[in-house]
Design a protein around this ligand. Structure first.
Ligand SMILES: NC(=O)c1ccc[n+]([C@@H]2O[C@H](COP(=O)([O-])OP(=O)(O)OC[C@H]3O[C@@H](n4cnc5c(N)ncnc54)[C@H](OP(=O)(O)O)[C@@H]3O)[C@@H](O)[C@H]2O)c1
Length: 257
């Protein structure tokens, strides 16, 4: 039995992952952005051990989530699932002055990775859209370009793969992988998403807890319980290191060696 923390688990794939983990006999800690969402989350999955509360849109909020999670004791696995979508037609800025999509999808998982006591396994939610995203590491905060919501989302999911692979290289004692869940009909995916919702949450659970040798790997990318080739640029140690350095400087939080 494993003990797993799932971010962004008040709804969608995070809650589905929590439900499946409980069904499989694991202990699960969920996460919701505010007390009202936390109440709904507790009602949705009363078997969860706890619900950590905190908004990941700011560095202070992400630090708070890390503090609360650490108070609950070490996790065997952490699933970095919280995310926001590509329908942000206009650039939205957080209280830190950063693009909302970047803050929640990239900087928050970085801060949580750096500050929550190191688990055995880390799982990062990416997307098939990360392929060809050609992320601009010289403009992570979108100050040099005209806003493009779809590109900002695709880029954030490319950067999630870079984080997963950077962590895999830096922490050889942990397993760190990324995955795409398919395009499925959650609130983010929209009602006409074409892929199978019942498959979408299974890979993150499997990577977090399975003892199958195929799941006990590190620095890999998955879809539907199978390794897939990520965008080749995500394998670049230079890009990985550059992103970690940028996230460190934007958040003021260093990734432990
Ligand atoms: N659905 C798809 O087709 C698809 C495809 C590729 C990748 N993904 C990835 O899968 C992951 C889960 O997506 P989903 O489809 O389940 O989306 P979803 O239904 O919109 O759920 C997103 C979750 O993240 C939480 N969240 C968002 N912003 C937050 C913040 N500032 N602070 C704390 N929590 C926050 C949401 O909380 P609230 O409910 O309170 O907003 C919700 O629990 C994301 O990383 C997404 O990029 C999804």
């Amino acid at each position: 039995m494993a003990r797993v923390f799932v971010t962004g688990s008040s709804s969608g794939l995070g809650l589905m992952a929590g439900e499946l983990l409980v069904e499989q006999g694991h202990r699960v800690v969920l996460h919701a952005r505010n007390p009202a969402r936390a109440d709904e989350t507790r009602r949705a999955l009363p078997q969860a051990e706890a619900v950590v509360v905190g908004d990941l849109a700011s560095v202070a909020g992400a630090r708070g989530v890390a503090d609360e999670a650490n108070k609950l004791g070490r996790f065997d696995a952490i699933i970095h699932n919280a995310g926001v979508g590509y329908r942000e037609a206009r650039p939205m800025k957080t209280e830190d002055g950063l693009p909302h999509v970047f803050a929640i999808n990239v900087l928050a998982p970085y801060v949580l990775t750096a500050l929550i006591e190191r688990p055995d396994r880390l799982v990062y939610l990416s997307s098939g859209m990360h392929r060809g995203a050609n992320a601009r590491l010289d403009d992570l905060t979108w100050t040099k370009r005209a806003w493009n919501g779809a590109q900002a989302y695709a880029e954030s999911k490319f950067l999630d793969v870079l984080i997963a692979f950077a962590v895999a290289r830096r922490w050889p004692d942990a397993l760190s992988n990324a995955l795409e869940p398919g395009w499925v009909a959650t609130r983010m995916g929209g009602p006409s998403a074409p892929d199978d919702l019942d498959q979408a949450h299974r890979t993150q659970v499997w990577l977090a807890v399975s003892d199958e040798p195929e799941a006990r790997v590190t620095g890999k990318y998955f879809r539907y319980l199978r390794q897939r080739a990520p965008d080749p640029q995500t394998n670049s140690p230079e890009l990985q290191d550059r992103l970690i350095a940028e996230c460190g400087s934007l958040s003021g939080v260093a990734l432990p060696e």
